[in-house]
Design a protein around this ligand. Structure first.
Ligand code: TYD
Length: 134
């Protein structure tokens, strides 16, 4: 059973000094955060991701700029999410194939992950992904 990706909306603690968004493990995102990384300097031609993860769940937040995320499910369904507000994110469960693309020049894509980095839990071959999921 594969869970679906979904948009998350975080509350903005804004006042006349500016905005603040806080994201707490378990409360605002559905896992304990073990790893944080961010992606910037990709442009509108680049496609990143192109993988599924056997164990890791992610939340992606464009803290600056914009990008898109396309998720593929084993039944052939696809869904495109636009990340275009610093107080929204997308939750990506494990075993979902994902592409990140259409990065604006100023895009800073913050990624929160449920697991430490382990290259062996990444599936980078789409046929292998389909084989494991069926
Ligand atoms: P990659 O998984 O290709 O990035 P993306 O999912 O955005 O396409 O990772 C790029 C490089 O960074 C690759 O050499 C692996 C390394 N990396 C780490 O060392 N630790 C990490 O947590 C991540 C996400 C990547």
């Amino acid at each position: 059973m594969i869970n679906e990706a979904k948009m998350l909306e975080f509350s903005e603690k804004g006042d006349d000094r500016g905005h603040l968004v806080v994201v707490e493990a378990i409360k605002d995102i559905p896992f304990e955060i073990k790893r944080v990384f961010y992606i910037y300097g990709s442009d509108s031609e680049v496609i990143r991701g192109r993988h599924a993860n056997r164990k890791t769940e992610f939340v992606l937040i464009n803290v600056a700029g914009t990008s898109k995320v396309k998720v593929h499910y084993p039944n052939g369904n696809e869904c495109v999410f636009s990340l275009n507000k610093p107080h929204t994110g997308i939750y990506i469960p494990k075993m979902v194939w994902k592409d990140m693309y259409d990065f604006s020049k100023d895009s800073v894509l913050l990624v929160l992950a449920s697991e430490y980095y382990d290259p062996s839990e990444y599936i980078r071959d789409y046929d292998e992904y389909l084989k494991e999921i069926m």
